[in-house]
Design a protein around this ligand. Sequence first.
Ligand SMILES: C[S@@+](CC[C@H](N)C(=O)[O-])C[C@H]1O[C@@H](n2cnc3c(N)ncnc32)[C@H](O)[C@@H]1O
Length: 229
Amino acid sequence: MSTEVRQMFSSIATRYDVTNEVLSLGIHRLWRRSAVKLSGAKEGSHVLDCATGTGDLALAFKRKVGSTGRVVGTDFCPEMLESAPAKAAKAGLEVEFQVQDAMALTLPDNSFDVASISFGIRNVDDPVKCLQEMARVVRPGGRVVVLEFGQPTGPYGALFRFYSKTVMPAIGGLLTGNRAAYQYLPRTAAAFPAGDRFLSLMDQAGAYSERAAHPLLFGTAYVYVGTVR
Ligand SMILES: C[S@@+](CC[C@H](N)C(=O)[O-])C[C@H]1O[C@@H](n2cnc3c(N)ncnc32)[C@H](O)[C@@H]1O
């Protein structure tokens, strides 16, 4: 499974950012800002962004923690990481990027104030293991922040489902040449535990003293925040 996921992201890597921008109408930037805000990161914080892809959330964190802070972005797909260092340099931000599997991080215990993952946990083989691993590298009292799609309901939910099942694969396919990757996205987003069901996964991880779900845009996405025991 993880080999297929890595290959899929490798095939869309060079077109990922432009497709993201178009399909989200730029809204992903606001969601990332919410994740940074809710993480409690501040000037000087040490932050790990797992499954960072092309690094957008890592860069948003670096803007927050400043020159005295440290941000490390990791991903298990080298092709997704390829453009990240140049993006950081262009923005004048110093961020370290490493190839790492979010379920088996080779980073020391308690070495970060915050660990984050955006639109990545839905893709890992074992989300509970990933939540445990992220908590392991965060100091007690620090936070783990997850940004992930939800399943909005009602008339807006119906509109969103139409958009994600019909428009996303069509546009994503045109822009990347990989329509299947943009069918995978709504399929996995529709099946992945959202809201209280994701909080249950956080409970199963057994690593958090508190956890909360913050819906964004009528539940189109959520920021989940866990305080590490
Ligand atoms: C939809 S992209 C999200 C990228 C980025 N976080 C963002 O918000 O734009 C999902 C990313 O998760 C990465 N990924 C999936 N499973 C992973 C794992 N087990 N360890 C590390 N990265 C993983 C993929 O390579 C891909 O870059």
